[in-house]
Design a protein around this ligand. Structure first.
Ligand code: NAP
Length: 399
């Protein structure tokens, strides 16, 4: 098995029909959130690339669908092995484009590849049903078949795992795929596309489209008669747009959208364990995951003690570039995310919140881990996903 170096896994155009191809002379930058500098650029292939990818996926579909699940599983397993063999390189690419601490990126490579392994196996168990019939002369059975070309639109916060979680089941079932990753994190997607080629996926089975025109590219996928299903992870707002754009073609859709997760501490809790759990649940990827805790409810009898322990631990978190092993908190993804975090803090302080630590930018796109006490339902973070390292503490008296 070939092992590629970092440079050998960096690509600068879409992966369509089994080749890296440009469909435009325009490019868009890939920035490193840790220093806000451009470190790569990729061709801005836009809608033209998407249309070509859909054509290639359509052409590749009959042959891929006609393989047995076992044959498809063999290719998927090989892809999984190649991804794991390049774990360190993929983790570095991911950290450089997303800012995520390197240990979390390594974890994501394993987490992301686990979907490939799982669905390679599950594809072999795509059983049907025998259904009792109301007529003596009839027999009813259902079988499951691949649906055709599947479109996948993925966010930047899990640049590898959100792709494999969507396309591994589709590929195992016999579908071909057109992926549009976030423009913030195109390189991880292209690197795993390269490995898919070595794994033996026939041309056109996996297509990855590059471009900065997220709405135009998304619309092209939604409105295509060829694409039969869309899988999307991202914000509720964009999920609604995609669903509405897909209504004319009555697509099947799987949408994983935003959340505003609570964390509740009752007076009988083991406070040290609760603090440990909260640090992990709040500050993973600097608070930029859909399952990050956003509202922390603490019963009044233990509020002061819990808060003291929590703030102490938060102050110990190390902020700095994700490539440095010892750092826990990396940068936010872009300037807008930093502004959004600042606005949450401003709004809370204006409405009576008390800042216990953090509350401001450390440098560049690094936002200090923040704890705000005296949080109320009137504050914006009560309703909106913060997607930043801000922990608002709400006091409650009874369940
Ligand atoms: P987002 O703005 O909805 O973006 C998600 C993806 O959609 C990106 O690829 C984005 O491209 C693309 N996009 C943006 N506007 C589009 C449009 N009009 N048509 C088609 N595609 C469009 O979400 P985000 O802020 O990047 O990601 C964070 C959100 O994802 C949070 O709400 C989080 O909770 C959610 N999330 C959920 C899960 C889950 O498992 N439920 C997992 C991870 C994240 P560009 O980035 O290039 O603009």
């Amino acid at each position: 098995m070939d092992t590629y170096s970092f440079d050998e896994l960096i690509f600068s155009s879409s992966y369509i029909g089994g080749e890296f191809k440009k469909f435009s002379d325009k490019v868009f930058p890939v920035n490193n959130p840790a220093n806000s500098e451009k470190w790569a650029e990729v061709s801005d292939d836009g809608v033209e690339g998407v249309e070509k990818a859909i054509e290639e996926a359509k052409e590749a579909y009959p042959e891929w669908a006609s393989l047995t699940a076992k044959e498809r599983a063999e290719v998927l397993e090989k892809w999984n092995d190649l991804i794991l063999a390049h774990k360190e390189t993929l983790a570095q690419i991911m950290t450089l484009e997303s800012g995520k601490p390197i240990k979390e990126s390594r974890g994501e490579v394993e987490y992301g590849s686990s979907f490939i392994k799982w669905f390679a196996e599950e594809g072999k168990r795509t059983y049907g049903d025998i259904i009792p019939t109301p007529s003596a002369d009839k027999r009813i059975l259902t079988i499951k078949q691949p649906i055709g070309v599947v479109g996948a639109i993925t966010p930047w916060n899990f640049p590898l795992a959100m792709i494999t979680r969507k396309i591994a089941p589709a590929l195992a079932a016999g579908c071909t795929v057109v992926v549009r990753p976030s423009e913030q994190t195109p390189l991880t997607a292209l690197a795993i596309a390269r490995l898919s080629k070595d794994a033996g996926f026939p041309k056109g089975v996996i297509n990855i489209c590059m471009g900065s025109d997220s709405s135009g590219m998304g619309k092209a996928i939604c409105e295509s008669e060829v694409v039969k299903k869309i899988s999307f992870t991202g914000s509720t707002r964009v999920g609604q747009i995609l669903m509405s754009q897909s209504s004319d073609t009555l697509k099947k859709m799987s949408l994983e959208l935003g959340g505003n997760a609570p964390f509740i501490v009752f007076k009988d809790a083991d406070l040290d364990k609760a603090v440990e759990g909260l640090i992990a649940a709040k500050f993973r990827n600097s608070g930029q995951t859909c399952v990050c805790v956003n509202r922390i409810f603490i019963q009044d009898e233990v509020f002061d003690e819990f808060t003291k322990k929590f703030v102490k631990k938060v102050r110990e978190l190390k902020i700095g570039p994700g490539m440095e092993e010892e750092n826990h908190i990396g940068p936010l993804i872009h300037e807008d995310a930093v502004k959004k975090a600042e606005n949450f803090v401003k709004d809370a302080l204006k409405k009576g919140g008390e800042l216990l630590t953090g509350g401001e930018v450390e440098t560049g796109q690094f936002f200090k881990p923040t704890v705000i006490s005296k949080a109320t339902e009137e504050m914006n973070f009560f309703r909106e996903e913060t997607f930043s390292p801000i922990a608002p503490l709400f006091k409650f008296s009874s369940e």
